[in-house]
Design a protein around this ligand. Structure first.
Ligand SMILES: [Zn+2]
Length: 220
């Protein structure tokens, strides 16, 4: 597994501080389970968070800024990264790492898939989030998703297969963060269906009339 697309430092900080909603957390926790580099960064954030609270309480460093915190994370991660890569999780990581397994089980074949158009399927994951949707998407190998943009934020984490768009290639463990600025047409790679965990806080905006017409029935 060669993960090249990671969550931003800001998202990792939000996750560490408890500022992210449940659905976003599923994606970040699952990425962390698959990504040794981000696990190391996250452990640094946690360690620094504890240290920051202690120094703030003692009054010795009251002006620790967001930028200086990120810099300290960067420095710390550079030192630790090699060690963490060597000391990886023992044995193969299951297709659904633990944070996600608690929501859907480990067997993707057992998921109650709901049919979308174009041979694609979805499963909406039950969460306590009212306004954010977490879903599994299963896109057939070689299939193109209709071109769309976003009305809000979207996180897509690849669990199996891969997809590509103008921003790059995304394989297992890769996380794409999109917002209103990204208009894209992801294509699942040949050979294996692409199964993703997709988190959205607003409906997508499809370009084609046909896709827009069926959109209310799909709930995407
Ligand atoms: Zn990562």
């Amino acid at each position: 597994m060669n993960i090249v697309h990671h969550p931003t430092d800001e998202v990792l900080l939000d996750y560490a501080s408890g500022a992210l909603g449940e659905s976003w957390c599923i994606a970040i926790a699952t990425h962390l389970a698959l990504c040794p580099a981000c696990r190391a960064a996250y452990e640094s954030v946690e360690a620094l968070g504890g240290g920051f609270l202690e120094t703030a309480a003692s009054g010795s460093e009251p002006e620790l800024s967001f930028e200086s915190l990120l810099k300290r994370i960067d420095d710390d991660t550079t030192e630790r990264q090699e060690e963490v890569f060597v000391d990886d999780l023992p044995g193969p990581v299951p297709i659904c790492p633990n944070p996600l397994r608690e929501y859907i089980g480990n067997d993707l074949e057992e998921v109650a898939w709901q049919r979308l158009g174009l041979g694609a399927y979805q499963y909406v994951i039950p969460t306590n989030d009212a306004s954010i949707t977490a879903r599994l998407l299963r896109i057939p190998a070689g299939q193109m998703v209709p071109e769309h943009s976003h009305r809000g934020r979207e996180m897509t984490l690849v669990l199996a297969g891969s997809f590509s768009d103008t921003t790059g290639d995304y394989g297992r463990g890769d996380l794409q963060q999109a917002d209103e600025d990204l208009e894209h047409q992801p294509v699942a790679a040949l050979g294996e269906d692409c199964i993703c965990l997709a988190i959205t806080d607003a409906p997508l905006r499809f370009r084609s009339l046909a896709a827009r017409m069926v959109q209310p029935f799909l709930g995407i």
